[in-house]
Design a protein around this ligand. Structure first.
Ligand code: PLP
Length: 386
């Protein structure tokens, strides 16, 4: 099978598997225990926190809180901001946030979430954040949240600029870096006061992620235990944490080469696709994007049928439909930039997302282009009555 759905989840990296097995077999004791074996588990947990801090450019490892994934981390963050903000505070988010952010903020700031504008590629620049701040002038801003890289089109956001802008204004800034980490260098993320990430997006195990909090943040996590400095109750999943850190460490080495090669292959795929299917529209084509991600809109096509055709050809990809009920979250990027296609639902286009991994080959990308073009050209069989 050709796996082109790495933005959904990734196969376990061999380094993560090894670290997971080592911790599960030899360091399975509860890190909170007071006996020697537990102390060894605690010491691995401390080393994992230090190593992750290093990889993220976070100088104080105490800023890292391990969680059960990015969704859990975003909920923790939004609840904390909601709990500590003044009653009339607002939160500003980008219009293309993953539901992990979007829905957590809606719950924590009912009626007080403002979506900043984006350009026709889905980029939310500092000017858009400035404008959103001007629009809520007079009200306290609890947080600005802009994802580092989009899960749908892979669009990269100018998060360092926004982080500095927010710092200058004394406003907390959060970036959901779930799709950035492991694909692009993570070392500058530590400049952001709040960061969320997820292990299974970069070759780590599922069900483990983290929240970076501002130094000395008195985060009040779930009740029920003193773990993670009282910020996230529940016995730590040490094997998964060790796997997450090992995967990121492995991914970070040679990342520039992987990203360069990946972008070349993706761009060749776009040329092949445009030759075979001139009507195809690459989402966020005018912006910097993740080297592994290609979201394509095919006018008049049905997303599910395109993905089913790819599946029949042995290619795993994913879909999102701007117009079908219940699928809006899968196509927030299309909804946000819909005017470019004649209105959010006017084009009735099928959306297919292909997301490669470091090992994806040119032949695999080209085959996906061929199958997509054939599927888009196929017409339903004619039905004759009588
Ligand atoms: N944020 C983004 C941008 C994602 O792509 C995802 C996963 O799809 C998440 C958050 C949620 O991650 P997790 O599966 O670890 O909860």
């Amino acid at each position: 099978m050709t796996y082109l759905d790495h933005n959904a989840t990734t196969p376990l990296h061999p380094a993560a598997r090894e670290a997971w097995l080592e911790a599960a077999e030899h360091l399975w004791h509860n890190p909170s225990g007071l006996y020697a074996a537990a102390t060894r588990a605690r010491s691995l947990l401390d080393r994992c926190r230090e190593r992750l801090a290093d990889l993220l450019g976070v100088t104080d490892p105490g800023r890292i809180v391990f969680t059960s994934g990015a969704t859990a981390a975003c909920n923790l963050l939004a609840r904390e901001l909601g709990r500590t903000a003044p009653a009339n505070a607002v939160a500003i988010i980008s219009p293309i946030e993953h539901p992990a952010v979007h829905e957590s903020f809606l719950a924590a700031f009912p009626g007080a979430v403002v979506e900043a504008d984006c350009d026709s590629d889905g980029v939310v620049g500092s000017a858009a954040i400035d404008a959103a701040l001007a629009g809520v002038a007079g009200r306290p801003v609890a947080c600005v949240s802009v994802m580092a890289a989009g899960n749908e089109s892979g669009v990269l956001q100018p998060w360092p600029d926004i982080a500095w802008l927010c710092r200058d204004r004394g406003i907390p800034f959060h970036t959901d870096a779930s799709q950035w980490i492991g694909k692009l260098p993570a070392t500058s993320l530590g400049v952001c006061p709040w960061v969320t990430g997820s292990g299974h997006k970069f070759g780590g195990p599922r069900g483990v992620g983290f929240l970076v909090v501002p130094a000395d943040c008195p985060l009040r996590g779930d009740r029920g235990g003193p773990q993670e400095g009282g910020r996230h109750a529940g016995t730590e999943n040490l094997p998964a944490i060790a796997g997450l850190v090992a995967a990121l460490q492995a991914r970070e080495s040679g990342l520039a080469d992987v990203a360069g090669r990946g972008a070349t292959l993706r761009d060749e795929m776009i040329v092949a696709l445009r030759d075979a299917l001139p009507a195809a529209v690459v989402v966020s084509a005018g912006a910097e994007r993740l080297w592994n991600t290609l979201a394509v809109l095919v006018p008049g096509a049905d997303s599910r049928k395109l993905v089913a055709a790819l599946d029949r050809a042995g290619i795993a990809a994913s879909t999102g439909s701007a117009c079908s009920a219940g699928a809006a979250s899968a196509a927030r990027i299309v909804a946000a930039i819909g005017s470019r296609f004649g209105g959010p639902c006017a084009a009735r286009a099928g959306l297919v997302r292909l997301s490669a991994g470091p090992e994806t080959t040119s032949a695999e990308w080209r085959e996906a282009a061929r199958v997509l073009a054939d599927a888009a050209a196929a017409r339903p069989p004619r039905i004759t009555l009588g």
